[in-house]
Design a protein around this ligand. Structure first.
Ligand code: SAM
Length: 260
């Protein structure tokens, strides 16, 4: 685990997917922020069924959150700003032997869903289901008012975005804009599920620091309200063992876009 240093915040041209995967997902370990994120995600998804299509926006080089979405939806689109992340995801989808091993998250997901002893076969089955569900890995920019293009505005009945909007900027006003843009992808009556890092202004990845908007649960709630969401659940969890990485709490939310 790296320690946040006084070095300036890097922009995403400095991002290395392997370093990020090592920092937050390596060693076969599920860190506390991710345990809580998966727990919230599995609970929120239990309330949904037969979602025709879902989006994970800002997936990074990861597929583990989508593992939980696979059983509730027929089709999944993944989107991220960086090509290097999309390439990493593509490796996993293509069963490239050099791809990151997400088995520990398959196990975690199945356990959280109520299976006390997932077998290797059951984990492999979930992975195969996800590979079948993902039909697109796309470019997405949270700073764009149409993050995936105009034709995808209010398109998805389910959008999940984990540790993305707040990681785009150190500026709270810009974070609000990113939240509005991501929210615009949810169709009226659709659901948005968020994981949010409570870092002050940076999170550590190896020797580098990347931006964080310093938002808390009050900001998340007000942004969801401002963007027309109702039926809002917000959860806060303390993660003191991750303070050195730049954050001591994480916020999760699930909300339904109001029908006009
Ligand atoms: C902290 S990582 C989260 C990745 C992944 N969702 C996870 O939970 O591990 C932040 C992500 O935000 C993405 N990002 C940075 N700028 C962005 C932008 N303008 N639009 C969309 N995503 C962006 C990065 O590429 C990176 O994947």
């Amino acid at each position: 685990m790296s320690t946040l240093t006084n070095t300036p915040v890097s922009d995403y041209s400095q991002w290395q997917p392997e370093e990020y995967l090592r920092e937050y997902y390596g060693g076969g370990e599920v860190l506390p922020d991710e345990h809580f994120a998966m727990e919230f995600l599995v609970e929120a998804l239990k309330r949904l069924a037969d979602v025709p299509i879902a989006l994970e926006f800002g997936c990074g080089p990861t597929i583990h959150h989508a593992l939980a979405m696979a059983p509730v939806t027929n089709e999944i689109h993944l989107a991220d700003f960086l090509e290097s992340n999309r390439v990493e995801v593509g490796k996993w989808l293509g069963s490239d032997p050099a791809a990151f091993n997400w088995k520990h998250f398959g196990k975690e997901t199945l356990e959280l869903e109520g299976n006390p002893n997932p077998t290797d076969e059951q984990i492999a089955e979930r992975e195969a289901l996800l590979r079948a569900r993902v039909t697109k890995v796309k470019f997405g920019d949270a700073f764009n008012t149409n993050p995936l293009g105009i034709d995808k505005r209010e398109y998805y009945p389910l959008v999940a975005s984990h540790y993305c909007a707040e990681a785009c900027t150190t500026d709270k006003g810009e974070w609000r804009d990113c939240m509005t843009n991501i929210s615009s992808l949810v169709e009226p009556g659709g659901t948005l599920i968020l994981s949010v890092c409570g870092a002050a202004n940076a999170y550590a990845v190896g020797d580098r620091n990347f931006p964080c908007a310093g938002v808390d649960e009050v900001d998340v709630l007000s942004s969801l309200r401002d963007n027309g969401f109702t039926d809002i659940d917000v959860r806060v969890r303390q993660v003191p063992s991750q303070t050195e990485q730049g954050f001591s709490s994480v916020v999760f939310a699930s909300a339904v876009k109001g029908r006009r």
